[in-house]
Design a protein around this ligand. Structure first.
Ligand SMILES: Nc1ncnc2c1ncn2[C@@H]1O[C@H](COP(=O)(O)OP(=O)(O)OP(=O)(O)O)[C@@H](O)[C@H]1O
Ligand SMILES: Cc1ncc(C[n+]2csc(CCOP(=O)(O)O)c2C)c(N)n1
Ligand SMILES: [Mg+2]
Ligand SMILES: [Mg+2]
Ligand SMILES: [Mg+2]
Length: 330
């Protein structure tokens, strides 16, 4: 690369085309877009830091780009929204040469295309150590239809949208010294970690249901995300661990190395499924709509009155959840 501007020009060739809601595209001081009529705007940002969120051993440059988009899409999905436009802040050290940065943008562009996101700009600077990627994503949701963490009430059903713990199992496998032989045996675990697929339709089914729905995406582990719903709503969530969907390969890998896969589900994070609650009388209608949209919802528990928190139920006995989830500063 000749310089910063030459690099930006090359990176921009990797992004999907913009739609007609964009009034001013990349190339000016800021981008301008038109929000959908009658829609509320949703905005989120997430950062990925080398050695914290990924390393050379765990993710190829393309995977970092894909996962950066996916983790932001996941937060828009958790509000029931449609992801729309993103800006990308990139701080790259010298060791990240042009070829690797272009590969990072290949993954970013593929993710953006898959999730229907346009890239409207960003910022490119030098970092002294480690790659740092911050993505800001805007989306939209029908007015007053967003999925709030504070929406859970006693009597509701607690659900998740897909298997949990797979990403943490994949990370465990990728960090092994003898990783290559395990990758061949458990490819789906590597995919859970490197290529998460938040389900936009799952969030959309929930936000267009016309019901009171709470939701949170599982970035920090089921234990942490469920607790955030319990605390925001002032209720008790009761989870039956045997109902938590865990993929067969996650179970098999856990059994082989002597780890209870529930630990990955509760504490691992980065699964980017939803955990949420909704009134029990709407459950059958949700399942019917979900079938049409090819998304899955699994009941894992229910909401009760009582001391705020997350409880697990085992043979009829409730105990306070001991799993804490991922915490950057703990
Ligand atoms: N530095 C910050 N300044 C202002 N608000 C922040 C900051 N960091 C987090 N928040 C806000 O705090 C809330 C919780 O943030 P958190 O990052 O835990 O949520 P999340 O994005 O769902 O989780 P994750 O980052 O694990 O995906 C969000 O509403 C977020 O916007
Ligand atoms: C090399 C390496 N070591 C550890 C982890 C695990 N990890 C890092 S951040 C995070 C929570 C989600 O991030 P955030 O809360 O910032 O959205 C998790 C589970 C990883 N992915 N790669
Ligand atoms: Mg966040
Ligand atoms: Mg979130
Ligand atoms: Mg987090």
């Amino acid at each position: 690369m000749k310089d910063e501007f030459d690099l930006i020009a090359k990176l921009l060739q990797k992004r999907p085309p913009v739609d007609k809601s964009v009034e001013v595209d990349v190339g000016d001081d800021a981008a301008v877009y038109r929000p959908g009529l009658g829609m509320s705007q949703v905005i989120t940002c997430d950062t990925m830091v080398e050695s914290v969120h990924f390393s050379e051993q765990t993710m190829a440059p393309e995977d970092i780009g894909w996962k950066g988009i996916a983790s932001n899409v996941s937060d828009i999905v958790a509000m029931g929204g449609i992801p729309k436009h993103a800006v990308i802040s990139l701080a790259a050290p010298e060791v990240w040469e042009e070829e690797s940065l272009l590969r990072f943008y290949d993954g970013l562009g593929a993710g953006a295309k898959h999730f229907g996101v346009t890239i409207l700009g960003g910022d490119t600077v030098r970092s002294m150590k480690g790659l740092v990627v911050t993505i800001t994503l805007v989306g939209e949701v029908e007015r007053d239809c967003s999925l709030r963490r504070s929406n859970a009430r006693p009597g509701d059903i607690v659900f998740v949208t897909g298997p949990l713990g797979g990403s943490a199992a994949g990370l465990h496998l990728l960090l092994r010294e003898d990783t290559s032989e395990w990758i061949v045996r458990y490819p789906s675990l590597v995919a859970f970690h490197q290529r998460p697929y938040p389900h936009i339709e799952a969030g959309r089914v929930l936000s267009t249901l016309g019901e009171r729905v709470a939701a949170n995406d599982v970035s920090d582990g089921l234990g942490r995300e469920a607790r955030e719903i319990a605390e925001a709503s002032g209720v008790r969530l009761v989870i039956e661990p045997s109902l938590i969907p865990i993929s067969p390969e996650t179970v098999a890998y856990g059994a082989e190395i002597g780890v209870n896969p529930l630990q990955w589900a509760f504490d691992g994070g980065e699964d980017y499924q939803l955990v949420g609650t909704l009134p029990a009388q709407s459950w059958e209608r949700l399942l019917h709509l979900a079938k049409e949209k090819e998304v899955s919802f699994t009941q894992i528990g229910w909401v009760e009155e009582g001391e705020v928190g997350v409880y697990c139920i085992d043979e009829g006995k409730r105990s306070l959840l001991s799993y804490k989830g991922y915490n950057h500063f703990a």
